[in-house]
Design a protein around this ligand. Structure first.
Ligand SMILES: C[S@@+](CC[C@H](N)C(=O)[O-])C[C@H]1O[C@@H](n2cnc3c(N)ncnc32)[C@H](O)[C@@H]1O
Length: 301
Protein backbone atom coordinates (compact mmCIF):
# COMPACT_ATOMS: atom_id res chain seq x y z
CA UNK A 1 0.00 0.00 0.00
CA UNK A 2 1.48 3.35 -1.05
CA UNK A 3 1.65 6.34 1.30
CA UNK A 4 1.89 9.79 -0.27
CA UNK A 5 3.20 12.80 1.53
CA UNK A 6 3.25 15.22 -1.41
CA UNK A 7 0.00 16.11 -3.17
CA UNK A 8 -0.64 14.19 -6.37
CA UNK A 9 -0.94 16.41 -9.44
CA UNK A 10 -4.38 16.73 -10.92
CA UNK A 11 -4.57 17.40 -14.66
CA UNK A 12 -7.18 19.71 -16.13
CA UNK A 13 -8.88 16.77 -17.79
CA UNK A 14 -9.06 14.82 -14.50
CA UNK A 15 -10.42 17.85 -12.67
CA UNK A 16 -13.09 18.35 -15.36
CA UNK A 17 -14.12 14.67 -15.14
CA UNK A 18 -14.48 14.84 -11.37
CA UNK A 19 -16.23 18.23 -11.42
CA UNK A 20 -18.76 16.87 -13.91
CA UNK A 21 -19.32 13.71 -11.90
CA UNK A 22 -19.97 15.69 -8.69
CA UNK A 23 -22.35 18.00 -10.56
CA UNK A 24 -24.26 15.09 -12.05
CA UNK A 25 -24.51 13.31 -8.71
CA UNK A 26 -25.60 16.16 -6.42
CA UNK A 27 -25.86 19.43 -8.32
CA UNK A 28 -22.92 21.07 -6.56
CA UNK A 29 -21.03 23.35 -8.89
CA UNK A 30 -17.43 24.38 -8.18
CA UNK A 31 -16.58 27.55 -10.05
CA UNK A 32 -13.17 29.29 -9.98
CA UNK A 33 -13.84 30.67 -6.49
CA UNK A 34 -14.48 27.22 -5.00
CA UNK A 35 -12.32 24.94 -7.11
CA UNK A 36 -9.47 24.99 -4.54
CA UNK A 37 -11.85 23.58 -1.96
CA UNK A 38 -12.79 20.79 -4.37
CA UNK A 39 -9.12 20.04 -5.11
CA UNK A 40 -8.27 19.94 -1.42
CA UNK A 41 -11.08 17.49 -0.65
CA UNK A 42 -10.17 15.33 -3.65
CA UNK A 43 -6.57 15.13 -2.41
CA UNK A 44 -7.80 13.97 1.00
CA UNK A 45 -10.03 11.27 -0.48
CA UNK A 46 -7.27 10.09 -2.83
CA UNK A 47 -4.99 9.67 0.18
CA UNK A 48 -7.72 7.92 2.19
CA UNK A 49 -8.17 5.45 -0.69
CA UNK A 50 -4.38 5.00 -1.12
CA UNK A 51 -4.58 5.70 -4.84
CA UNK A 52 -1.85 7.35 -6.88
CA UNK A 53 -3.79 9.12 -9.64
CA UNK A 54 -7.03 11.04 -9.95
CA UNK A 55 -7.98 9.03 -12.98
CA UNK A 56 -7.88 5.82 -10.88
CA UNK A 57 -9.97 7.65 -8.30
CA UNK A 58 -12.50 8.62 -10.99
CA UNK A 59 -12.58 4.96 -12.15
CA UNK A 60 -13.24 3.87 -8.57
CA UNK A 61 -16.07 6.40 -8.14
CA UNK A 62 -17.78 5.27 -11.34
CA UNK A 63 -17.32 1.53 -10.67
CA UNK A 64 -19.94 -0.75 -9.21
CA UNK A 65 -17.97 -0.93 -5.92
CA UNK A 66 -17.50 2.82 -5.75
CA UNK A 67 -20.87 3.84 -4.28
CA UNK A 68 -19.52 4.05 -0.72
CA UNK A 69 -16.59 6.21 -1.77
CA UNK A 70 -18.89 8.45 -3.83
CA UNK A 71 -21.00 9.08 -0.71
CA UNK A 72 -17.84 9.77 1.30
CA UNK A 73 -16.67 12.27 -1.31
CA UNK A 74 -20.04 14.09 -1.47
CA UNK A 75 -20.15 14.16 2.32
CA UNK A 76 -16.70 15.82 2.32
CA UNK A 77 -17.84 18.45 -0.16
CA UNK A 78 -20.90 19.66 1.71
CA UNK A 79 -20.83 22.80 3.83
CA UNK A 80 -22.91 22.08 6.92
CA UNK A 81 -22.90 25.53 8.50
CA UNK A 82 -26.24 26.20 10.19
CA UNK A 83 -27.77 27.64 13.36
CA UNK A 84 -30.98 27.84 15.36
CA UNK A 85 -33.25 30.77 14.46
CA UNK A 86 -31.16 31.61 11.40
CA UNK A 87 -32.49 34.71 9.60
CA UNK A 88 -34.88 36.00 12.26
CA UNK A 89 -36.88 38.42 10.07
CA UNK A 90 -37.73 35.55 7.72
CA UNK A 91 -38.72 33.29 10.63
CA UNK A 92 -40.97 36.04 12.00
CA UNK A 93 -42.68 36.15 8.64
CA UNK A 94 -43.03 32.36 8.71
CA UNK A 95 -44.50 32.24 12.20
CA UNK A 96 -46.64 35.37 12.35
CA UNK A 97 -47.93 35.71 8.80
CA UNK A 98 -47.56 32.50 6.86
CA UNK A 99 -48.41 29.94 9.51
CA UNK A 100 -51.34 32.12 10.54
CA UNK A 101 -52.62 32.15 6.94
CA UNK A 102 -52.14 28.38 6.54
CA UNK A 103 -53.85 27.52 9.85
CA UNK A 104 -56.78 29.76 9.03
CA UNK A 105 -57.16 28.41 5.49
CA UNK A 106 -56.82 24.77 6.55
CA UNK A 107 -59.14 25.02 9.53
CA UNK A 108 -61.86 26.52 7.34
CA UNK A 109 -61.54 23.44 5.08
CA UNK A 110 -61.38 21.07 8.05
CA UNK A 111 -58.00 19.91 6.89
CA UNK A 112 -56.00 19.36 10.06
CA UNK A 113 -52.70 18.34 8.55
CA UNK A 114 -49.62 20.50 8.32
CA UNK A 115 -46.57 19.19 6.50
CA UNK A 116 -43.30 21.09 6.32
CA UNK A 117 -39.99 20.02 4.81
CA UNK A 118 -36.52 21.24 5.68
CA UNK A 119 -34.57 20.31 2.54
CA UNK A 120 -30.85 20.41 3.33
CA UNK A 121 -31.37 20.35 7.11
CA UNK A 122 -27.72 19.83 8.08
CA UNK A 123 -27.39 19.05 11.82
CA UNK A 124 -31.05 19.76 12.61
CA UNK A 125 -31.15 23.32 13.96
CA UNK A 126 -33.45 24.44 11.14
CA UNK A 127 -36.16 21.75 11.47
CA UNK A 128 -36.13 21.97 15.29
CA UNK A 129 -36.53 25.75 15.00
CA UNK A 130 -39.51 25.12 12.70
CA UNK A 131 -40.96 22.64 15.20
CA UNK A 132 -40.72 25.14 18.08
CA UNK A 133 -42.23 27.88 15.96
CA UNK A 134 -45.11 25.71 14.78
CA UNK A 135 -45.92 24.46 18.29
CA UNK A 136 -46.02 28.06 19.55
CA UNK A 137 -47.99 29.34 16.55
CA UNK A 138 -50.66 26.67 17.08
CA UNK A 139 -50.88 27.42 20.82
CA UNK A 140 -51.23 31.14 20.14
CA UNK A 141 -53.74 30.60 17.34
CA UNK A 142 -56.02 28.58 19.65
CA UNK A 143 -55.63 31.05 22.48
CA UNK A 144 -57.41 33.53 20.19
CA UNK A 145 -59.65 31.11 18.27
CA UNK A 146 -60.68 28.30 20.64
CA UNK A 147 -60.91 24.91 18.96
CA UNK A 148 -64.40 23.47 18.44
CA UNK A 149 -63.19 20.39 20.39
CA UNK A 150 -62.42 19.65 24.02
CA UNK A 151 -58.70 20.21 24.69
CA UNK A 152 -57.14 17.27 26.60
CA UNK A 153 -55.31 18.03 29.82
CA UNK A 154 -52.35 18.48 30.12
CA UNK A 155 -52.31 20.40 26.85
CA UNK A 156 -50.40 18.47 24.19
CA UNK A 157 -47.72 20.23 22.15
CA UNK A 158 -49.88 19.91 19.05
CA UNK A 159 -53.59 20.40 19.78
CA UNK A 160 -55.75 17.61 18.34
CA UNK A 161 -57.05 17.03 15.73
CA UNK A 162 -54.01 18.71 14.14
CA UNK A 163 -51.31 16.45 12.78
CA UNK A 164 -47.98 18.16 12.21
CA UNK A 165 -45.19 16.48 10.33
CA UNK A 166 -41.79 18.04 9.74
CA UNK A 167 -39.62 16.16 7.33
CA UNK A 168 -35.93 17.01 7.43
CA UNK A 169 -33.55 15.69 4.81
CA UNK A 170 -29.94 15.98 3.77
CA UNK A 171 -27.35 14.33 1.56
CA UNK A 172 -24.89 13.98 4.46
CA UNK A 173 -25.39 10.90 6.64
CA UNK A 174 -23.08 12.36 9.30
CA UNK A 175 -25.22 15.52 9.50
CA UNK A 176 -28.41 13.44 9.67
CA UNK A 177 -27.03 11.27 12.49
CA UNK A 178 -26.12 14.34 14.50
CA UNK A 179 -29.52 15.94 13.77
CA UNK A 180 -31.30 12.82 14.98
CA UNK A 181 -29.30 12.89 18.22
CA UNK A 182 -30.50 16.47 18.82
CA UNK A 183 -27.79 17.28 21.36
CA UNK A 184 -26.28 20.76 21.15
CA UNK A 185 -23.39 22.63 22.77
CA UNK A 186 -23.64 25.98 24.59
CA UNK A 187 -22.21 27.69 21.53
CA UNK A 188 -24.78 26.10 19.20
CA UNK A 189 -27.56 27.09 21.64
CA UNK A 190 -26.53 30.77 21.70
CA UNK A 191 -29.37 31.94 19.38
CA UNK A 192 -31.99 30.06 21.44
CA UNK A 193 -33.45 32.34 24.09
CA UNK A 194 -34.11 31.04 27.59
CA UNK A 195 -37.88 30.66 27.23
CA UNK A 196 -37.36 28.29 24.32
CA UNK A 197 -34.60 26.44 26.19
CA UNK A 198 -36.88 25.96 29.19
CA UNK A 199 -39.77 24.63 27.18
CA UNK A 200 -38.06 22.53 24.55
CA UNK A 201 -34.69 21.35 25.90
CA UNK A 202 -33.26 19.37 28.81
CA UNK A 203 -29.77 20.07 30.07
CA UNK A 204 -27.72 16.92 30.01
CA UNK A 205 -24.20 17.49 31.33
CA UNK A 206 -22.58 20.17 29.19
CA UNK A 207 -25.13 19.82 26.42
CA UNK A 208 -28.74 20.65 25.65
CA UNK A 209 -30.94 17.80 24.43
CA UNK A 210 -34.17 18.48 22.55
CA UNK A 211 -37.18 17.17 24.49
CA UNK A 212 -39.10 14.13 23.28
CA UNK A 213 -42.16 16.15 22.21
CA UNK A 214 -40.24 18.38 19.81
CA UNK A 215 -38.06 15.51 18.57
CA UNK A 216 -41.13 13.46 17.72
CA UNK A 217 -42.38 16.15 15.36
CA UNK A 218 -39.31 15.85 13.11
CA UNK A 219 -38.57 12.87 10.85
CA UNK A 220 -35.16 12.66 9.24
CA UNK A 221 -34.43 11.02 5.93
CA UNK A 222 -31.76 10.95 3.24
CA UNK A 223 -32.76 12.82 0.07
CA UNK A 224 -30.48 14.01 -2.69
CA UNK A 225 -32.10 17.14 -4.16
CA UNK A 226 -30.61 16.24 -7.53
CA UNK A 227 -33.02 13.30 -7.88
CA UNK A 228 -36.60 13.45 -9.16
CA UNK A 229 -38.15 11.48 -6.30
CA UNK A 230 -38.63 14.05 -3.60
CA UNK A 231 -41.21 14.34 -0.79
CA UNK A 232 -44.60 15.54 -2.06
CA UNK A 233 -47.65 17.32 -0.55
CA UNK A 234 -45.82 19.90 1.54
CA UNK A 235 -47.44 23.09 2.79
CA UNK A 236 -44.06 24.69 3.38
CA UNK A 237 -40.56 23.98 2.13
CA UNK A 238 -37.46 25.49 3.66
CA UNK A 239 -34.45 25.12 1.38
CA UNK A 240 -32.08 27.71 2.72
CA UNK A 241 -28.40 28.09 1.91
CA UNK A 242 -28.34 25.00 -0.30
CA UNK A 243 -29.07 26.34 -3.81
CA UNK A 244 -26.19 28.75 -3.38
CA UNK A 245 -23.86 25.84 -4.21
CA UNK A 246 -25.73 25.00 -7.43
CA UNK A 247 -25.43 26.67 -10.84
CA UNK A 248 -28.33 28.49 -12.46
CA UNK A 249 -29.54 25.53 -14.53
CA UNK A 250 -29.66 23.29 -11.47
CA UNK A 251 -31.36 25.99 -9.39
CA UNK A 252 -34.09 26.28 -12.03
CA UNK A 253 -34.62 22.51 -12.09
CA UNK A 254 -34.81 22.42 -8.29
CA UNK A 255 -37.31 25.28 -8.09
CA UNK A 256 -39.53 23.44 -10.61
CA UNK A 257 -39.32 20.32 -8.47
CA UNK A 258 -40.20 22.30 -5.35
CA UNK A 259 -43.24 23.71 -7.17
CA UNK A 260 -44.45 20.14 -7.74
CA UNK A 261 -43.58 19.11 -4.15
CA UNK A 262 -45.79 21.85 -2.69
CA UNK A 263 -49.52 21.75 -2.08
CA UNK A 264 -51.53 24.44 -3.88
CA UNK A 265 -50.81 27.85 -2.31
CA UNK A 266 -47.78 26.37 -0.51
CA UNK A 267 -44.71 28.39 0.45
CA UNK A 268 -41.00 28.15 -0.31
CA UNK A 269 -38.31 29.78 1.83
CA UNK A 270 -34.78 30.21 0.50
CA UNK A 271 -31.62 31.61 2.12
CA UNK A 272 -30.78 35.23 2.74
CA UNK A 273 -28.30 35.32 -0.16
CA UNK A 274 -30.63 33.38 -2.48
CA UNK A 275 -33.58 34.50 -4.56
CA UNK A 276 -36.03 33.14 -7.14
CA UNK A 277 -35.68 36.35 -9.14
CA UNK A 278 -35.15 35.56 -12.84
CA UNK A 279 -35.38 31.82 -12.21
CA UNK A 280 -39.14 31.17 -12.28
CA UNK A 281 -42.52 32.80 -12.83
CA UNK A 282 -44.38 30.15 -10.83
CA UNK A 283 -44.01 31.85 -7.45
CA UNK A 284 -44.92 35.24 -6.08
CA UNK A 285 -42.67 36.99 -3.61
CA UNK A 286 -43.87 38.05 -0.16
CA UNK A 287 -41.59 40.55 1.52
CA UNK A 288 -42.36 42.01 4.95
CA UNK A 289 -40.10 43.56 7.59
CA UNK A 290 -36.96 42.23 5.87
CA UNK A 291 -38.33 38.69 5.68
CA UNK A 292 -38.92 37.00 2.33
CA UNK A 293 -40.95 33.97 1.27
CA UNK A 294 -42.36 32.72 -2.03
CA UNK A 295 -45.87 31.40 -2.60
CA UNK A 296 -46.89 28.99 -5.34
CA UNK A 297 -49.02 30.71 -7.98
CA UNK A 298 -52.04 28.65 -9.02
CA UNK A 299 -53.20 28.57 -12.62
CA UNK A 300 -56.53 30.41 -13.03
CA UNK A 301 -59.15 28.60 -15.08
C1 LIG B 1 -25.09 25.37 4.51
S1 LIG B 1 -26.10 24.00 4.98
C2 LIG B 1 -27.67 24.80 5.25
C3 LIG B 1 -28.42 24.23 6.43
C4 LIG B 1 -29.75 24.91 6.73
N1 LIG B 1 -30.67 24.77 5.65
C5 LIG B 1 -29.55 26.37 7.07
O1 LIG B 1 -29.84 27.23 6.26
O2 LIG B 1 -29.07 26.65 8.16
C6 LIG B 1 -26.36 23.19 3.39
C7 LIG B 1 -26.83 21.75 3.53
O3 LIG B 1 -27.28 21.30 2.25
C8 LIG B 1 -26.89 19.94 2.09
N2 LIG B 1 -26.86 19.62 0.65
C9 LIG B 1 -25.98 20.03 -0.29
N3 LIG B 1 -26.27 19.50 -1.49
C10 LIG B 1 -27.36 18.71 -1.29
C11 LIG B 1 -28.11 17.87 -2.15
N4 LIG B 1 -27.82 17.72 -3.44
N5 LIG B 1 -29.17 17.21 -1.62
C12 LIG B 1 -29.48 17.35 -0.31
N6 LIG B 1 -28.79 18.12 0.55
C13 LIG B 1 -27.74 18.78 0.07
C14 LIG B 1 -25.54 19.87 2.77
O4 LIG B 1 -25.19 18.56 3.16
C15 LIG B 1 -25.72 20.81 3.97
O5 LIG B 1 -26.08 20.12 5.13
Amino acid sequence: MATFTVPVNISEAELKLLQTLVYQECGMHFDERRVHFLQDRLQRRLKACSLDSFYSYYRLLTSRDGKGELSALLENLTVNETSFFRNKPQLELFQKVILEEILHRKQSRRDWTLRCWSAGCSTGQEPYTMAMQIADALAYYYLRNPLPFEMPSPKPLIPPPWKVEILASDISYAALRSAQEASYSDLQMEPVDYTYRLRYFDKSGERYAAKKGIKELVHFDFHNLKTEFLPQRNDVIFCRNVMIYFDEAEQKRLIDKFYRCLNPEGYLFVGHAESLFGLTDKFRMIHQNNGTAYQRIEATI
